[in-house]
Design a protein around this ligand. Sequence first.
Ligand SMILES: Nc1ncnc2c1ncn2[C@@H]1O[C@H](COP(=O)(O)OP(=O)(O)OP(=O)(O)O)[C@@H](O)[C@H]1O
Ligand SMILES: [Mg+2]
Length: 375
Amino acid sequence: MANIFKELSGRRSIFKNEAVLKPDYLPEQLIGRESQIREIAYMLKDAEYGKTPAPILLIGKPGTGKTTTIKYILKQLTEVSTKPVCIYINCWENYTKFGILSKIVIDLGSMSPRRGLASDELLATIAEVIRKNENVLIVVLDEIDRLIANSEESILYDLARAKESMNLKATVIGITNMENFASKLDSRIASSLIHNTIKFEPYNILQLKDILKERAKLALWSGAYNEDIIGLCAAIASKAGGDARFAIHLLWASAKKAEEENSSKITIEHVYKIRDRSMKYAKVPLARKIEYLDEIDKTILGIIVEAQEEGISSGKIYEKLNASDSEQRTIRNRLERLEKEGLIYSIDSTTAAGGKTRIWKVKLHSEEEEKEEKN
Ligand SMILES: Nc1ncnc2c1ncn2[C@@H]1O[C@H](COP(=O)(O)OP(=O)(O)OP(=O)(O)O)[C@@H](O)[C@H]1O
Ligand SMILES: [Mg+2]
């Protein structure tokens, strides 16, 4: 056999810059989001002069550009003024009040807060730093619904209160997939969020094509793909719900497949192979979130994923985990929290013996599918 490394290094490369197709790449151009960008910028523009903007809520299905859009806008805002201090927090990483306030304190360059500090002390530290330079604090709470799932939403009231009690100029930009998020909050905060809600609709096929074209130009050698490949990836992602993340993933994975097969071009067949393999990913929103869960959550989810289609009853889950009576209670709490976090859902059912039970399933992107099932 010839030297395998020589053979591998002789392969034609498909990628010019693979990083452009990775999830954390921030595009320079946003396609089809002009109206949202304008509206949000208009709401935030007074921060440039040290005024406190009203809180804002961004709502939309996965992959509709919410996170990217807000990062894009805040980058531009901080380019024109030093007044706004913007802090981005993903509530899947930081989902407790203490965790969020600590992250703000650390990002503001203050000392790392010791455990056991009360939230008012952390808020006071934040207020002091912000007041000193007459700044305005803008806190993005991405995936904000996770706060409610963990009963940690009081941070929203605390920040609002600190505006008056500590003269802290601060506002929150919340981001969520949950249509009815605001209705779960105290009426005063809810009403200001409802008034300042910006919707992100799923992308249509033309927008997905444009998004992919821009990425492909930067990421791939021009001979490695053509319009048909872009069109096919856009069509599949459009059918799967208009999710740009999925569209980009398809293109990246197809390119990887081509590379692996030592092909100099991505072919339609490569895309189809990836599609068949990734449809599950397109529909299950937990793929990105699972890394933040602890081992027990992961095990529970694994059991439910395995049972997909039919679902699995609470009793069967306890059985598989060999859970004692007291352990069953904590598992039940975990199931309920995972449901609130939007990863799973339950339907009531009757057992063969006539008793009541709940059947757990993994939550899919398409709410229509789920509604159909519940009926
Ligand atoms: N308008 C756009 N132009 C270019 N790229 C985009 C656009 N919208 C989204 N993308 C790309 O699609 C991917 C997903 O976007 P983003 O993370 O902003 O979605 P999201 O709405 O925050 O989704 P989720 O609700 O799942 O967090 C990212 O890689 C992003 O760069
Ligand atoms: Mg996001």
